[in-house]
Structures are given as C-alpha cells and as structure tokens.
Design a protein around this ligand. Structure first.
Ligand SMILES: [Zn+2]
Length: 151
C-alpha cells in the first residue's frame, strides 16, 4: 500500500511552489508493523543508513556526539539526550530519504540547541532549507500510521 497523500495542488496552495520530493517511496506496510521481530530485523539496516546520513550532514555542522542508538521508540522519531546521545526510531528506514534526513538534522541540531527556539530552526535551515515542507509531510505520514494502529 502506498501512503495516500493529498494532491499536488494542495502543496502548491500551501507553499506556492511545486514539491518535488519523491513521496511514493513511503512504505506504509512497513511503517504499520508493530512486532519485536520487525524491529530486530530492521535495526542494523536502519543504523547503517542513519550513520551514513548523519556523517554527511555533520560535515557541515561538525558537532560532537557520544553515540547513536536505534530504538523502537514509542511516540518519537528521534531524541537527543543531555549526555549527547542520539536516539532514532528504526522505522526511519521506511521513510523517504528526505524525511529521514530532516529527522537526523533535527536531532543533530539539538546537540547545541536543546530547544525549539528560533536559533534552533535557523541551524536546521542551514542544511534543510525546506524543512517546513518536510515536517508537513511527516505529520501526514504520522496521521496515516495512527489510522493503521486503530484498525
Ligand atoms: Zn526537537
């Protein structure tokens, strides 16, 4: 099943420009699975791609972090602890790369700004100028995932 998103026209209305991200690779079947086996079977692949993307973006920021953990987080895509540990949901693996990148950058920026202040968003914008569009799309996927859980 492919994530059913609203029309391109809706994006045009919201942002006044065409969204060119590849939305079709949202894997709702995978995002909807809630089993330990699924987690254990996907964790290593998730870690590999997250580490790769983090490395690419951190070339720009050059922030220091302790370690990366891949978890089956309850209600978050990622988190950053005071000890500078970065945690990511293993299901980032099933998101389009543009959204995975946004989440990676979001947590990376929390290493220096432990809040959602203007300064924080400025940091995010440095490498993800269209971050608002990505958040918009992510919220849509989250709503889809909620729908799957209820069924
Ligand atoms: Zn945050």
């Amino acid at each position: 099943m492919i994530c059913q998103l609203n029309s391109v026209e809706e994006y045009l209305t919201m942002y006044g420009e065409l969204v060119t991200m590849v939305y079709m690779n949202v894997n709702m079947d995978q995002l909807g699975v809630i089993t330990q086996t699924h987690y254990h079977g996907s964790k290593a692949r998730a870690k590999k791609i997250i580490q790769e993307r983090l490395k690419i973006y951190n070339k720009d920021y050059n922030f220091t972090f302790a370690r990366i953990s891949i978890k089956d987080l309850k209600s978050r895509w990622g988190s950053c602890s005071a000890r500078k540990n970065l945690n990511f949901h293993y299901k980032l693996l099933f998101l389009p790369i543009e959204l995975l990148d946004y989440i990676v950058v979001h947590e990376l920026c929390h290493l220096v700004e432990m809040n959602h202040s203007h300064r924080f968003w400025q940091l995010v914008r440095r490498t993800i100028p269209d971050y608002k569009k990505r958040i918009f799309h992510l919220r849509k996927i989250e709503r889809e995932m909620q729908g799957l859980k209820k069924r």
